[in-house]
Design a protein. Sequence first.
Length: 307
Amino acid sequence: MQGRVPPHAGTSATEPSLDAEYATRAAVPDAERWMERRAELSRRARERFAHRADVPYGDHPDQRLDVFPAAGEANPVLVYFHGGAWRMHDKGVVAFLAESLVPAGVTLVAPGFSLAPVATLDVMVRQAAEAVRWVHTHAGDVGVDPARLYVAGHSSGAHLAAMLLGRPGFAGWGLPPDVISGACITSGLYDLEPVIRTSMNDWLHLDVTAARRNSPSRLVRPEGPPIVAAVGGNETDAFRRQTADYVAAWRAAGNEATVVDMPGHHHYSLMIELHDPGSPLLAALLAMTGRAPRREDRQEPASGSGA
């Protein structure tokens, strides 16, 4: 069993006003079009870039990752966790990032992981850590520098990335506690207690103890790596507040945090912002890795499938 929990494990009923603050699709009427665009961009990236698909990084069938290597050796590597409210999508939807990262000299690793309601958040966090451990351990095979390992994610993927920043437990696997050199987190949730009172808890089944255990805001530590954080200017107050509070806590612990202002963006447009070679968010991410954007001719999806 993968940590399956019984139904109705939450402790509070849904609060409609709070639920609306965390309902990303309801806030963006054309969300589906943005996801279709992401899917098409990812399909084209898989066709364009050589990659290793479905590499096992653990014992469970869900623990598979894709590697899009940059040319050369000892490159920085970005481990990117996909979003989807911890219950949807898979690693294939983030292949579009290869178009921005690989030409700039950054290897992309996209892990898959188990999803709710079959898996608990504890399981997902453990699998995310195991993906990082695999990349660090196999750095030579992948052609990356283990001292330049970065994590990133959007929405629920940002939550998983942030959880790893607060867990120096990698030493238990023979890895340095500072194995992660930096992170890029966008539109994430970092305090999960409010989630208990939203419809997301229909599949997460969190109680207060589990929510606190899986809240990155409660795991902030000193001597953490630098982070790049962003949230769309048109996102709900809850998402903007969660990012602001987490960044404030990260800085209060003496850590470095770069906030990229993204006015005019909503949850789904920000989701694919790292595909834009002229994006300030991409520039901040690559600067953290010691790289810079490279503009190349790209064949964008037709307007009918985009936003």
